[in-house]
Design a protein around this ligand. Structure first.
Ligand SMILES: Cc1ncc(COP(=O)(O)O)c(C=O)c1O
Length: 409
């Protein structure tokens, strides 16, 4: 037998570099790391000079209080390792934030762990509890990191599609996704990419299913302050849900600081402890001076948060109107800074089959880049999203107005 032939050899016949991440879609057919769709679309924008509404990072700096606190910490000796769980000042600020906005009471020392972005928080939460052979339920389309981490854990992702055009989970499909092997649920709310905000009935259903199947819920709430119907409601705030829920968030979106890589996981000590133990061996700790900046940001008054929401609601309306004027059919997002739009009619107009094929055409002809939603779904469900594209309104209003003008033209 030719041990180099992946089709005929068993995994142990092959050298480790051929076995890495196999099956998870992390390697391209040429054996190289395939990279993310966001990198691909950013390259497309750079090559064509198009406005990049593909990747979701803000194009402004965060609040001055946050920047000043981090700069002062840099100058004043805050440059060595912080404790693994984070600086007490930030643990306390996170606990106070959860109390102020959601009425959740946390012990800052045992109920909060600071991580390197929400990304590390999500990874450590899943790696701490998920074992090979376990199943992890997730709503899709979804942020691509979940699938990669579940793959690293040797577990299996069980996706439940949010079906267009309303993007709410079907209760029967949701229930059917849970089984004897379900170990965790990842719930992203407000939801990237669809902009859906889950209603109380769905949250309660997920909490009940998690209790019934005795699994951990990991909530990804990085868009918690971009929630347009009003206040975001964390699943952990539902009666009885706190004890099995890890809540993940970060400074990236709320404070326009995606490059800082500061996030946090909060919850009951019996869940946060294992997350802390796991993250200790991923990165040890997050950047010390930036943790002090993050604490200053979290302490900002309610007006800051209200202003943020109003500002992003206005930006949303500009982009939604631009997409509609261009002939796309946008789904008005209730949260996040993303809007998904059915671009089927644009595909027809440009003689291409789907959103993926439309992406380079839109970049060249309209000068705007979006991300095909199907790239964020599992192979079995991609057809559902073939005509959908995601655009970010996390950019300055003048950039969005120019993008809307280009699209309409
Ligand atoms: C849903 C979701 N979760 C997590 C992240 C990553 O957050 P962070 O930059 O804090 O690691 C992102 C970033 O785009 C996201 O959209």
């Amino acid at each position: 037998m030719d041990s180099a032939d992946p089709a005929t050899s068993t995994p142990t016949d092959r050298p480790p570099w051929e076995r890495m991440a196999r099956g998870g879609g992390l390697l391209g057919p040429d054996g190289r790391l395939s990279g993310t769709v966001f990198e691909e679309m950013s390259r497309l924008a750079a090559r064509t000079g198009a406005i990049n509404l593909g990747q979701g990072f803000p194009d402004v700096d965060g609040p001055p209080e946050m920047l000043d606190a981090a700069a002062a910490a840099l100058r004043e000796g805050g440059n060595q390792y912080s404790p693994v769980a984070g600086l007490p000042r930030l643990q306390e600020a996170v606990a106070e934030h959860q109390r102020r906005f959601y009425g959740i009471e946390l012990d800052p020392a045992t109920g909060v762990v600071v991580t390197v972005g929400a990304s590390e928080g999500l990874a450590a939460s899943l790696l701490a509890f998920v074992e090979p052979g376990d199943e992890v339920v997730v709503l899709e389309p979804h942020y691509d990191l979940y699938a990669a981490v579940v793959e690293f854990a040797g577990a299996r992702l069980v996706p439940v599609p949010l079906e267009p055009p309303h993007f709410t989970p079907d209760p029967d499909r949701l229930a059917a996704a849970f089984g004897p092997r379900t170990r965790a649920v990842v719930l992203n709310d407000p939801h990237n990419p669809t902009g859906t905000v889950l209603d109380d009935a769905v949250l309660a259903r997920v909490a009940a299913l998690a209790a019934e199947h005795d699994c951990v819920v990991v909530t990804d709430e990085v868009y918690e302050h971009l929630c347009y119907p009003g206040r975001h409601r964390p699943l952990a705030a539902l009666p009885g849900a706190f004890e099995r829920t890890l809540t993940v968030s970060s400074v990236g979106k709320t404070f326009s600081a995606t490059g800082w890589r500061v996030g946090w996981v909060s919850g009951p000590a019996h869940l946060v402890g294992p997350v802390r133990a796991t993250k200790a061996y991923l990165t040890h700790s997050a950047a010390t001076p930036l943790q002090l900046g993050a604490a200053a940001a979290l302490d900002l008054p309610d007006e800051f948060y209200a202003g943020l929401e109003a500002d992003f609601r206005r930006r949303r309306d500009v982009l939604v109107a631009g997409l509609a004027a261009a002939g796309a059919e946008p789904f008005e997002p209730q949260g996040t800074f993303f809007v998904v739009a059915d671009v089927g009619r644009l595909c027809e107009r440009h003689g291409v089959g789907d959103a993926e094929a439309l992406a380079p055409v839109l970049a060249e002809r309209a000068g705007v880049v979006g991300v095909p939603v199907a790239a964020l779904a599992s192979a079995g469900h991609r057809d559902l999203y073939a005509s959908w594209m995601r655009f970010s309104f996390g950019k300055r209003p003048e950039v969005l107005e120019e993008a809307a003008r280009r699209l309409a033209a």
